[in-house]
Design a protein around this ligand. Sequence first.
Ligand SMILES: Cc1ncc(COP(=O)(O)O)c(C=O)c1O
Length: 380
Amino acid sequence: MKRVEVSPLAWLDDIERQRRAAGLRRALRARPPVGAELDLASNDYLGLSQHPDVIDGGVAALRTWGAGSSGSRLVTGNTELHEAFEAALADFVGAESALVFSSGYTANLGAVVALSGPGSLLVSDALTHASLVDACRLSKARVVVTPHRDVTAVEQALSSRAEDRAVVITDSVFSADGDLAPLRQLHDACRRHGALLIVDEAHGLGVRGTGGRGLLEEVGLAGAPDVVMTVTMSKALGSQGGAVLGPVAVRDHLIDAARPFIFDTGLAPAAVGSAWAALGVLIAEPWRARDVLRYSAELARVCDVPDRPESAVVSVILGAPEVALAAATACLDRGVRVGCFRPPTVPAGTSRLRLTARASLSEDEMALARKALTEVLSTA
Ligand SMILES: Cc1ncc(COP(=O)(O)O)c(C=O)c1O
């Protein structure tokens, strides 16, 4: 057979051209060290990634336990540090137990896949995080995606099912818009139909609930026996890693069955040490969780966003991807880094600036933000 001499990667040129034409090319930008730009883009909501105690916690763990965890937690990667942190985290959010994963992404994959599976039903909000979407794809369960925050649709999916087991999954705070899931109503629907509720509190931890204990705590569902919570330590805790929190039976099952737990190297000790120290700061300084909401309200006012934000996230919808990208670049030119979300992260026609508030913002920083955003948005 005659072979055509074409690079097996030639198709990437076509894809790249299409993306460029649609304004959807992404570029990595290496950020300079702290202080060079005002950060209104990161998920470091409480400003803890640079907190001296949090850095010291990481350094101490590094010195005691080494740079890497050295293996899967089932082999050599499980240290006393991991288990002590799990106990502290579970205690903080009011859960019976916690299991640390190497990221929030793997925590979601592990929890959803291991708690659903063939012969079960997974009901997922349409705007859940990509890690939950991927978990649905991996689960081999029947998946029903319900319209955003639509409890009636969830109830209908649960009541009309043929499967014995059902799991409802949602973010507590949705990452792109920063709005909240109707957790109480979802939980009531789950109770009525014998379903498990899995809630991703990636953006709720440190921001919602008493002293940042999360939205589940805020609505009175901390420690509920039919609720599983997932978190990441990479946002409000300023570190890295993820965790699944819930009944001890869930933890035990995940250790046996969650592939992203079993076949992944345990979280690096420095990340655990920093996350634990961050938890200590959060407990000692509960004002941080309040301040982040105060600043997000102020940013929303500056950007003429009509609804008061319910989280650290302020979404300024601009429509076309090129418009959003140009506005984000103009902000950066003025020394302010903001997020820019375009499809496929958000639906077509809703490209946006995604600003995130931080509890540690100073008055000078807020003044710079006000000036830059007002200038840029007046011409966007
Ligand atoms: C809602 C949500 N869940 C999970 C994750 C994944 O967490 P991690 O970055 O720790 O993998 C993210 C991070 O972007 C998120 O926004």
